[in-house]
Design a protein around this ligand. Structure first.
Ligand code: URA
Length: 242
């Protein structure tokens, strides 16, 4: 088995980015075969790699999964308050730890969620420079005014951060299509909360050129696809923009 830098192997599993893995190594949070790793150390995918004391699974096979997430499932692997995780919905020969979600959806949010162990591919989707637009269908407890729409679309200032411009389309009373090109925690909910509206229902319908309605995936079910299939995300003819 080929040797590679520890951070490269960690990033390849999708656990985190290569840079983040370097930080963990520098902080002494990574062990290889029980020994604290140093930056520059090399190992193989067959070595025992632990991050924060937990073994990470290095699979020789890449998985690409599209899940239609139901309500009530969290995207984190270890949340003792929320025992139902999206990983419980997936049955893989390498076990649930073989993949990681590409970004996250909140527990009550439904819809399009990708899981993979191809860390570089995952980073490419998430990285702001890719400008991949995520589209949501938001059901609110009221209708927003023109002023609310303008303010939200311009980019609100939330949690000490100026959000990028986004787009809203009203499609029915209290129902809006929301297009954002960031993925901050609870972003859509917070954007409306900032203008005193509550999101009663939130569904992700699209990631770049990949539209949930073109995939016949019942709620709670998933499809195992290949990388080529997910390249639709980057397809300039299928993508939408804000
Ligand atoms: N924005 C939210 O508020 N929640 C999600 O789950 C995704 C985007």
């Amino acid at each position: 088995m080929e040797k590679a830098r520890v951070q490269k192997i960690i990033a390849h599993t999708g656990y985190c980015s290569r840079r983040k893995a370097e930080e963990y190594i520098e902080d002494g949070d990574v062990k290889v075969n029980g020994v604290v790793a140093k930056l520059g150390d090399q190992c193989t995918a067959e070595d025992l790699i632990e991050v924060f004391g937990k073994k990470i699974t290095v699979s020789s096979k890449n998985y690409y999964i599209i899940l239609n997430k139901p309500k009530g499932y969290v995207c984190s692997k270890d949340d003792y308050h929320n025992p139902d995780t999206v990983y419980d919905l997936i049955d893989l020969e390498d076990g649930r730890d073989a993949v990681k979600t590409v970004g996250r959806l909140d527990k009550p949010t439904t819809g399009l969620l990708i899981l993979t162990n191809d860390g570089e591919f995952s980073q490419k989707i998430i990285h702001p420079s890719s400008k991949i637009v995520k589209e949501y269908l938001a059901h609110l407890d009221g209708d927003i005014s023109d002023n609310d729409k303008k303010a939200i679309e311009k980019g609100l200032y939330i949690d000490d951060y100026r959000l990028s411009p986004c787009k809203l389309f009203k499609i029915a009373p209290c129902k809006y299509v929301v297009r954002i090109n960031e993925g901050r925690k609870r972003q859509v909910r917070k954007m409306f909360e900032e203008r005193s509206f509550r999101v009663c229902d939130l569904k992700r319908t699209r990631i770049g050129g990949l539209d949930l309605k073109d995939l016949d995936i019942p709620m709670g079910k998933y499809m195992v696809v290949d990388k080529q299939f997910l390249m639709k995300i980057f397809d300039s003819k299928k993508r939408v923009y804000v």
